[in-house]
Design a protein around this ligand. Structure first.
Ligand SMILES: Cc1cc2nc3c(=O)[nH]c(=O)nc-3n(C[C@H](O)[C@H](O)[C@H](O)COP(=O)(O)OP(=O)(O)OC[C@H]3O[C@@H](n4cnc5c(N)ncnc54)[C@H](O)[C@@H]3O)c2cc1C
Length: 390
């Protein structure tokens, strides 16, 4: 392939160039080829050996401080690692322990909690899931109903959690539960608890998605005893603690690589189907590639601002919205470019390995919902940045 959307915007400083070279050389020698460009959904067990290899190299937690066992990397170095893995089509390790819970634990955990959990997150021996959403609490998370009542040195947890990515594979959940039903505002009555998913009283049901596999689970809690020592921070401070990481979660899920890889695939499939000679298709492809180039430039500038501590608060929602929407448009154009074979649910053998076009289409739908729907991100920009409305 001569045209490569994944390389359109490269702006490495000299020190970063050296790091990219080192990463690229190591990745090319060490990535497990059987994991690269896999169209099926991988489980934490599939990823464990790769997680361990990155751990042994010292690169599994680039964003954690060195004192916590991480690499203490700059945001640019973190992005380089992510990009070089994406270039080879090898997945990043599962994010819930490393990216979502680990930073919370480092910031708000007790020394005992850190000693108990940080090492097994780093090695990949323990898998985490995020228990926030419920059937009536998604965008309006503060309305969550799962309760935790303090009895002596334990909380008694009742209720359910929904849409928990990897809930059926995870060992532990970091959960938001209601500890004060009367609190006003509602988010002032929420606490974060660490729940061992092997505790008695927990039922876990995987949920099949339209992609055909189970990404999520639903968990029911029936008088589950959770030791008070598993509370993060203080009682009723869970909302503040949860918000420590949502911004960075949006930053990583909106990376332009998702769309770049799909647009490369779109070009390839259009060559195979013949759509590449259609002027209307070429116009749509060029438009999307220009949008991607503009977004990539913004993303890299945003990383620089972030490193300088000058990032405006609008940045994370803008990245989440733009990355999600371009990714979805790319998956729709890929379906169009593929012609009738794009509708087949089976994996297709192509010059660039196995692809599954419907799986790509379905997978991209998630980007505008997970970790805060784009409509909610627009509300955030309208209210807090543009100061519109009441
Ligand atoms: C791939 C994926 C992974 C996920 N993983 C997890 C996980 O690991 N753990 C977890 O706890 N949750 C997880 N979720 C759940 C996710 O956080 C929720 O789906 C999300 O917050 C939206 O909530 P909801 O599904 O209840 O939709 P709703 O909140 O019911 O929203 C439905 C629609 O209405 C819109 N809407 C709602 N309120 C407003 C408003 N005020 N203004 C304008 N529009 C509005 C929304 O944008 C959306 O389009 C995941 C979701 C996805 C898609």
């Amino acid at each position: 392939m001569t045209w490569d959307n994944t390389n359109l915007f490269a702006d490495d400083k000299p020190a970063d160039l050296a790091f990219r070279k080192e990463v690229r050389e190591w990745m090319e020698k060490n990535v497990p080829l059987d994991l690269c460009h896999r169209p099926d959904r991988l489980t934490p067990a599939d990823l464990k050996p790769w997680h361990r290899k990155l751990y042994d190299k010292g690169w599994v937690a680039p964003h954690w401080s060195k004192e916590s066992g991480g690499m203490g990397a700059t945001l640019t170095q973190q992005i380089i690692l992510f990009e070089e893995m994406a270039r080879l089509g090898v997945p990043t390790p599962f994010p819930h322990g490393l990216n979502f819970f680990g930073p919370i634990l480092i910031e708000a955990g007790t020394p005992e909690q850190k000693a108990q959990h940080l090492p097994s997150i780093l090695t990949g021996d323990c898998t985490w899931c995020q228990g926030y959403s419920e059937s009536e609490a998604g965008s309006d998370l503060a309305s969550l109903q799962a309760t935790a009542v303090l009895e002596g040195d334990h909380f008694i947890v009742n209720g359910h959690k929904l849409w928990t990515t990897n809930g059926h594979h995870a060992d532990w959940m970091f959960a938001l539960v209601r500890t004060d039903p009367q609190a006003q505002p509602r988010h002032a009555g929420i606490t974060m608890l660490l729940i061992d998913l092997k505790s008695p009283g927990i039922t876990i049901e995987p949920i099949q998605t339209m992609r055909g596999d189970a990404e999520f689970a639903q968990e029911h809690f029936d008088n589950v005893r959770v030791p008070v020592k598993n509370m993060i921070g203080k009682i009723n401070e869970g909302w503040k603690i949860a918000n420590m990481v949502l911004g960075s979660e949006r930053f990583t899920t909106g990376h332009p690589r998702n769309a770049a890889v799909l647009l490369n695939r779109t070009r390839m499939m259009a060559e195979i189907s013949g759509a590449i000679v259609d002027p209307i298709f070429r116009h749509q492809l060029a438009q999307l590639e220009m949008d991607l180039l503009a977004f990539s430039a913004f993303y890299h500038h945003a990383a620089e601002w972030h490193a300088l501590g000058k990032a405006p608060m609008s940045m994370a929602p803008v990245i989440k919205i733009s990355g999600g929407e371009i990714g979805q448009k790319a998956s729709e154009l890929l379906m169009h470019a593929s012609g009738p074979i794009g509708l087949l649910r089976d994996n297709l053998q192509t010059p660039e390995g196995l692809v599954n076009i419907p799986a790509d289409l379905f997978e991209m739908r998630r980007l505008t919902v997970g970790s805060g729907a784009v409509e909610i991100q627009r509300n955030v920009i309208a209210k807090r940045v543009l100061e519109l409305g009441a």
